[in-house]
Design a protein around this ligand. Structure first.
Ligand code: FES
Length: 161
């Protein structure tokens, strides 16, 4: 931890946060209000994590934190210490797409592409938790639920009722 002057009389305390990013150990200096999204993009150069609304509403910055889908714009980077973070880059690669990525590609589901990483990340978490279920076969799933984007993203994707 270190203290650095940031203009005027205010002092900002910086600290090193270390975590696992897509299977590799990483570390970054972060301030007390730096979001995980901004650290991933600006310090670790992970650009699949999009800077959208910054308010937790669009889902385009979603990452997996120890398996849970989290909107990284609302997560302080300093609390990532010791956690496992997975972004789209950790789900598949251009040479070896994850089946979800392949399905998005095959079905032209990317739309404009801005929030696609968030949609795939949330879909992966959903499928990991419900490995034996499918949205279409689940008898308790209402038409309204099927029509709602799983990432709650700004999404125009609709499933057949
Ligand atoms: S940028 Fe994080 S939810 Fe929109």
């Amino acid at each position: 931890m270190c203290a650095a002057r940031a203009g005027g009389d205010s002092t900002i305390t910086m600290q090193t946060v270390s975590f696992t990013l897509n299977g590799k150990p990483v570390a970054a200096m972060v301030g007390p209000v730096d979001s995980l999204r901004d650290v991933l993009r600006e310090k670790l150069h992970v650009y699949s994590v999009k800077a959208g609304c910054g308010q937790g509403g669009c889902g385009s910055c979603t990452v997996l934190v120890s398996g849970d889908p989290i909107v990284s714009c609302l997560m302080p980077a300093r609390v990532a210490e010791g956690l496992e973070i997975i972004t789209l880059e950790g789900i598949g690669t251009p040479a070896q797409l994850h089946p979800l990525q392949q399905a998005f590609y095959d079905n032209f589901a990317a739309q404009c592409g801005f929030c696609t990483a968030g949609m795939i990340t949330v879909a992966k978490a959903l499928l990991d938790r419900n490995a034996r279920r499918s949205w279409r076969r689940s008898p308790g799933t209402s038409a309204a639920a099927r029509a709602t984007c799983p990432s709650s993203a700004l999404c125009r994707m609709r499933r057949p009722a």
